[in-house]
Design a binder for this molecule. Structure first.
Ligand code: F6R
Length: 661
């Protein structure tokens, strides 16, 4: 999704902006751009290719400045064409980068057009730039016009006016012939302090929707202003430098000190100062956080892709996520958790994509182990439904990023319906979701760079299993002997996952066949049905093969019509109570010539045969078996995509953190 990096310093910040964009590439984007302030006016380059192309253009243009902003755009309003790429300008004086969606952009566009503003893009973001401009005091704009004329003259007349006096002198120019225009310009045009921040504060009052913005104005060359509501924005504290970014990862290598802005905050940065005001315009203090391991993010090590690296990190990610939490104590979820867990009598899980499938798997656990009635909802649907709320519901929001707009909105809606007991299961401690729930459980998967969720998904499953057993204990449904067995199964997970990873050569062999297909079916039953859904999602998003998943018993109610010898059918075949039922479903496929690929556990007596290729999975892990099958399907999707040569870590049209509706 869109990314912002902005910086102000006493030195040239252009390399920081470019490096920041590179670090944000994993989030997904379809255009990018950078704007700097030089000689009193903003200059920009934009590209609908990759950040590397932008970097080449920047080098060619010779950009160097102590103030600038850069952006990767994931198109929502308007196609990915250069005119829609950020930074967006207003009247050649304001440069702005925006993440999020402005819902009332049409009304604002109309009002600003009536004031004489010309729109050159189809973006909703352009209204913010013009709105801020329209709210600047007239004195600031007049004051600025001399500067703008001068900058234009410099561009028009080349070296004598277009470069600083010192640069021209360095290049051997005649001192008498080179006017000291730069100094004259600066002394004549003292910046109007705070006018930009005031205009931003006034502008955001008129915006409906979600935004994180970074903006500068030519009349205030020593200041950048940021603001956020609904989309994340973080301030980085450097040496004689300050930064703004939509994700702290963008600033890895520049600083370890961050301030995470809150909804409604406006921040004003100079090279030496940080001033934050809250949504009421009052001066605000925000906690300074030190993040020391950011620089490790981004190293591929021996792997070809981040997705592959993250698949292989799962034994560690799971071990860390489980450590000290397999006591199944409510306190693992927050101080107030025991009181909440004792009160609630049902669960409502809200999530999107893979996180939703983690929630669907948990429904099987919560109902069978903790006897807790559980409803699982796709967040983008729930937020617009009229559900029947119940005050004794535990609302569980699941999200890797903690910034997914639909899940945040669904959570807010659940709260507004009087369901106040909420828990976030999230991989990012500083995310909006964690701040908006009374209870939280942080998975320790580490930063996930590949767009397709892998280690974050299995870490969510581990968290949900810990939640299940904890609730089961509180509700007197889990006896001490069962608790011990669950603890042993959890502790064994990293070893079992390593055994699945050792099956990689077999999954590569399957992938060679899958790479030539255009469709695939995934079947599962019970708690493995959501894993079939996840396997199909993984395959389609990174290999672009159309894949569907069904509970195996549903096959004969329609999808069986699709089965021919050209259709690979993946069956998750654990050694559980539904095995014999599943085997009957598999016979239905084989009888129609379907090509079966079974992930079979020992003792299932499912062996390779004509029309059937079986991989022997490690020993059945009881209720945790879904995690093992999920990892096998991740490897299948990864190697199929690799064989097809797709952009695995940045699949087309997709973004890592979906911060728009
Ligand atoms: C699929 C995938 C997405 C995310 C979904 C929710 O591989 O990664 O489906 O699971 O966009 O994202 P989070 O978990 O950040 O809320």
């Amino acid at each position: 999704m869109c990314g912002i990096v902005s910086a102000i310093a006493r030195h040239n910040i252009v390399p920081v902006l470019i490096e920041g964009l590179r670090r944000l590439e994993y989030r997904g984007y379809d255009s990018c751009g950078i704007a700097v302030l030089t000689d009193g006016a903003p200059r920009r380059v934009r590209s609908i290719a990759r950040v590397e192309d932008l970097a080449a253009q920047v080098e060619k243009a010779g950009f160097a400045s102590g103030i600038g902003l850069a952006h990767t755009r994931w198109a929502t309003h308007g196609a990915p064409v250069p005119d829609n790429a950020h930074p967006i300008f207003s009247r050649e004086t304001i440069a702005l980068a925006h993440n999020g969606i402005i819902e009332n952009h049409e009304a604002l566009r109309k009002a600003l057009s009536a004031q004489g503003y010309t729109f050159v893009s189809q973006t909703d973001s352009e209204v913010i730039a013009h709105l801020i401009h329209s709210l600047l005091p007239a004195s600031s704009l007049e004051h600025f016009s001399a500067r703008l004329l001068l900058a234009r003259a410099r561009r028009q007349y080349g070296d004598r006016c277009g470069r600083s006096r010192s640069a021209s002198l360095r290049d051997g120019g005649d001192p008498a012939a080179i006017p000291n225009t730069r100094n004259d310009d600066v002394t004549q045009c003292k910046p109007l302090k705070n006018a930009l921040a005031d205009a931003v504060r006034a502008a955001v009052q008129q915006l409906r929707g979600a935004y994180a913005i970074a903006v500068f104005h030519s009349a205030e060359p020593h200041c950048i202003v940021g603001a956020r509501r609904g989309s994340p924005l973080v301030v980085g504290i450097g040496e004689e430098a300050h930064f703004l970014a939509s994700d702290a990862i963008a600033l890895a290598g520049e600083t370890e000190r961050f301030i995470f802005l809150e909804d409604g905050d406006v921040v004003e940065l100079t090279a030496d100062t940080v001033n934050i005001t809250d949504s009421n315009g009052a001066r605000a203090e925000r906690e300074l956080r030190v993040l020391t391991s950011l620089h490790q993010i981004g190293a591929l090590g021996p792997y070809q892709h981040f997705m592959q690296k993250e698949i292989f990190e799962q034994p560690r990610a799971l071990a860390e996520s489980i450590a000290q939490r397999d006591t199944f104590l409510p306190s693992c979820f927050g101080e107030r958790a025991r009181a909440v867990f004792e009160r609630i009598d049902r669960a409502l899980i809200l999530a999107c994509g893979s996180s939703y499938y983690a929630g669907l798997t948990a429904k099987y656990w919560l109902e069978s182990i903790a006897a807790l009635p559980t409803q699982v909802e796709i967040a983008s649907e729930y937020r617009y439904r009229s559900p029947v709320p119940h005050p004794d519901t535990l609302v569980v929001a699941i999200s890797q990023s903690g910034e997914t707009a639909d899940t945040l909105a669904a959570l807010k809606y659940a709260h507004a319906l009087g369901q106040a007991q909420s828990l976030a299961i999230c991989n990012v401690a500083t995310s909006a979701m964690v701040r908006q729930t009374a209870l939280s459980f942080l998975t320790r998967a580490g930063a996930e760079i590949g767009v397709a969720s892998t280690k974050a998904f299995t870490a969510q499953l581990a968290a949900l299993f810990i939640l299940t057993v904890t609730l089961g204990k509180v509700r007197a449904r889990v006896a001490p002997s069962a608790e011990d067995a669950y603890r042993q199964q959890l502790r064994h997970l990293p070893v079992a996952l390593n055994r699945v990873l050792a099956l990689e050569p077999h999954l590569i062999a399957w992938a060679e066949t899958f790479a030539g297909k255009e469709n695939a079916l995934f079947l599962g039953r019970g708690m493995h049905y959501p894993i079939a859904l996840e396997g199909a999602l993984k395959l389609k998003e990174i290999s672009y093969i159309h894949a569907e998943a069904y509970p195996a018993g549903e096959l004969k109610h329609g999808p069986l019509a699709l089965v021919t010898d050209a259709m690979p059918v993946v069956a998750i075949a654990p050694n559980d109570a539904l095995l014999e039922k599943l085997k009957s479903n598999l016979h239905e496929v084989r009888a129609r010539g379907g090509q079966l690929y079974a992930l079979a556990e020992p003792e299932t007596r499912i062996d390779s045969d004509i029309g059937l290729r079986a991989i022997r999975m490690p020993e059945h892990e009881g209720p945790l078996s879904p995690l093992l099958h999920a990892v096998a399907l991740q490897l299948l999707a990864y190697h199929t995509a690799r064989a097809r040569g797709t952009d695995i870590d940045k699949p087309r049209n997709l973004a890592k953190s979906v911060t728009v509706e």
